[in-house]
Each structure stands twice: as C-alpha cells, then as structure tokens.
Write a protein that binds this ligand. Sequence first.
Ligand SMILES: NC(=O)c1ccc[n+]([C@@H]2O[C@H](COP(=O)([O-])OP(=O)(O)OC[C@H]3O[C@@H](n4cnc5c(N)ncnc54)[C@H](O)[C@@H]3O)[C@@H](O)[C@H]2O)c1
Ligand SMILES: [Zn+2]
Ligand SMILES: [Zn+2]
Length: 342
Amino acid sequence: MKALVKEKAEPGLWLADVPEPVLGPGEVLIRVLRTGICGTDLHIRNFDAWARQTLRVPLVIGHEFCGEVVEVAPGVEDITPGDLVSGEGHLVCGKCRNCMAGRRHLCRDTVGLGVNRDGAFAEYLTLPASNVWVHRVPVELDVAAIFDPFGNAVHTALTFPMVGEDVLITGAGPIGLMAAAMATHVGARNVVVTDVSPERLELARKLGVALALNVAETPVSEGMRLLGMREGFDVGLEMSGNPRALREMIANMAHGGKIAMLGLPAEEFAVDFATIVTSMITVKGIYGREMYETWYAMSVLLEKGLDLSPVITDRFSYRDFDAAFDTAASGKTGKIILDWTA
Ligand SMILES: NC(=O)c1ccc[n+]([C@@H]2O[C@H](COP(=O)([O-])OP(=O)(O)OC[C@H]3O[C@@H](n4cnc5c(N)ncnc54)[C@H](O)[C@@H]3O)[C@@H](O)[C@H]2O)c1
Ligand SMILES: [Zn+2]
Ligand SMILES: [Zn+2]
C-alpha cells in the first residue's frame, strides 16, 4: 500500500510502498479516507531537534484521520465493517494509576500514533478497538478527519465555563480557530482572537468573533477598550505556544480569571507570577483529549450545529503531499486535508 514515510533521518518525507498492516488481537483494520496535517507532521518533515530526538525511522507518519472499517479482530464488539471512524492517537498504557482510575488522558506512558508507532498517512492502518471512535452521528469526511485537533480545541474550551464570559483566545491556527467557533457556539459574550497573521485573523472573523486582533499592531488592552470591557477576560485559551501571548494574556485577565493552556512553547520562558498570584489566576495545562468525554462532546456539538467548515481551507490528493505540506507550513491557512481516495 501507499504511505507517507519518514524513511531517512534527514529532512523530507517519502511516498513509499509499504506492507499492509496485519490485524492483531483486539484491533480494527481501517481503510483511510481523509487525513489532516498537524504541526507535529511539519516538525517531522523538517526533522527539527524534537523530531531528531523522538523518531525512529522508518516510520509511517500522521495521526489525524478518518476511515472506513474493513475488518475487526475476533471478540471486538460494537465496531462493524463499513463503520465510519476516527481514531484517538494517544495509545495509553492501561496499567498506570491514572489509567486504572479511568483517567486515561492523564496516562504517564502514552504512545503517539505516527510518532512512536506507524501512523495514519497510509491507505490502511490498524488501531486497538479501544482507540476507535465510531461516528454514529453523520459527519462530513473532512471534519471527521480532524477530530484529533478538534478534540484539542474542545478539551481546552470546555475546561472552564464560558457561558456569558469574556474569552481571549491567543493564536488563530487551526486549533485556535476551532476553539473560537466553540466559544461563540456555547454562548460566550465577547470572544477575542489574537494572532500576528492577517490571513488567519480574517478566518477568525468569518467565525463571527467579537474581535480578531493583530497583536503585532494593537495590544490586547486596546481591544478590550474597543469592546467596552473594563475588568479583563474571564477565560483565556492559550493556543499559540508563544511566550508573548501568554504574558499579554496574564496581564489582561480579570481577577479570578482562568487560563487553559494548550499551546506548546518550544522552550522555557518567564512570566509575571506576581500578577498570577495577586489576580488569583488559575492556569491549567491541557494535553490531548479526554477519553472519551471529549469525543462525545465533539460529536454532539456538531450534531447541534457547530460549523467547522470555515476552518478547513485547502484539500489535496495524498499524491500532492509536498504541496499540501508547503501550504500548511505557510502559516496563513486553516486546516489542510489530504484525500487518500483520489
Ligand atoms: N497540548 C496539546 O495536546 C497540543 C496538541 C496539538 C497542538 N498543540 C499546540 O497548540 C498550539 C496550536 O496548535 P495549531 O496547530 O493551531 O498551531 P499553529 O502553529 O498553526 O498556530 C499558532 C498560531 O499562533 C500565532 N501566534 C504567534 N505569536 C503569537 C502571539 N504573540 N499572539 C497570538 N498569536 C500568535 C501564529 O501566527 C499561529 O497562527 C501549538 O502551540 C501546538 O504546538 C498542543
Ligand atoms: Zn495533531
Ligand atoms: Zn497509563
């Protein structure tokens, strides 16, 4: 079968012929239909310091996908050939304290699909049945393909109540955009999205946010003034990984404000802890998705009309993966989809 492979320990990706995966005990064989390109995949293509440290080549990459079930191992229940599925890309150990207690998203020994084991950028993949999410609510294939990052957005956005609150989202990448769609959907008052990319801020405007602010030109405090806000943001969703964004967020939170932090900084950095203390701010780190409460929330949010279509901006055949990756790396677009059937 065709697969996108990190064949060599050097920058680049290769479209290669590899053996089809063999169905193991408790597993499901899936024919991949669509995949989404994640920042992680760009790091792998570039072979940056993180990728050099983490990857063992050769590796089939990719973790954002949807597909059709082809075969299930004996004993697997409730998943049937023909089902449309997405997959949870974090394979948990099942043995640590948190796994045993049912808090699988807090597993201390997670294996990443397309990072620590062969992934989804291929015509077929196998996954443990416990990592397969069956779409029982009808969903478009392109949206089903991005349930993994959508789950990052939903997990972060549902961490603190947002109804009627003023919400600051720093970073209008695909995940920040999905979180912005969520915040307006669930009834936040002012949703302010910041970025330094005019193109991405334009995408945020299409989602109907109160304000899409270019922080290279206008400080967040000025945005608050434009909206008539006086006391600061109640909820902050950090989705850029950029130190300046978190610092500016902390400086503009209401007393008692809550920050959920998804953005992954590349290195350590300093923040104003005195303000965190005296403004009594809560900061919570968010990683992955809750299994499977986040997945449930995603499906029912879509069922209730949450519209992610403005977030998906470009589509390519998997054969044109290099152009697709270049487009994703431009930092100007929303989510990029690869079609594995065309
Ligand atoms: N914790 C997790 O489980 C998890 C999972 C996926 C992604 N992530 C991280 O979440 C973040 C968002 O993911 P994404 O795919 O949307 O990333 P992305 O890199 O596409 O988007 C980040 C955006 O932040 C913008 N930005 C840069 N400086 C800024 C500033 N000072 N203020 C506001 N915005 C600024 C960039 O222009 C970019 O548009 C990334 O940091 C990613 O590494 C974390
Ligand atoms: Zn991802
Ligand atoms: Zn575990």
